[in-house]
Design a protein around this ligand. Sequence first.
Ligand SMILES: [Zn+2]
Length: 252
Amino acid sequence: MVLKAEGIILRKYELRETSYILVVFTKEFGKIKGVMKGISKPYPQFAGNFEPFAKSQVLFYRKNKSSLDLITRCEALDFFLPIRKSIERLTYANYFIELIDIVTADYDANEALYQVLVESLDMLAGTHSAKRVGRIFELKFLGALGLSPQLDVCARCGSEVKEASLFSVNQGGLLCRGCAGNGNREIEISLGSVKFMRKIQSSSIEKTVHVKVSREVGVQTEKVLRNFLHYHINRPVKSLKFLAGLEKSGIV
Ligand SMILES: [Zn+2]
């Protein structure tokens, strides 16, 4: 039986002259891996359909567990062209799909996670700051995986936190002053950063992208989220390393 899905291309490999292996994170089935055969070169009319983070419609036959699916059709619905014209936006899009690829298993659908990815790519293709879209993606991504940081009360004792505080990576959220310093991995966090992160957690991506924050809040939120994600993912993220290189050399 042929199956139909909408998905974002995570990776592609050239298999032979005329075949590709495509890894696609689909809305309906989660991550699928399949072979697409019979692509004759030159293929300018097909090439864009298989590019990483293109949103595509895929027709495929599901094979047994040990072999790749057979993809019979893969047609781009959105190529996100504006993202591909900016090295910073392109790197963020690659970062999003790299994180998705790391945390997803084959045939384990997560429609909320799929929506976070698609909406973040839509925003990244607009004129909003790429860094801002990055922070929103990180928090929404954690939320869709059930790993949202605790930002309302102390993650250790549950008491209310009303002032500038500490964020504990291994406790999974804010710490009150009383709970600080017990061997937790702690990062200073201002009330402004906490409010910004809460706003992202409770609002739609479209709304949060317009909220104005200071540079300090942006920098602090990035540090907190990077550390928190690193703690959960626990492996190097190639696109982040590349992004750090771009930032260091002043390109972005
Ligand atoms: Zn506490």
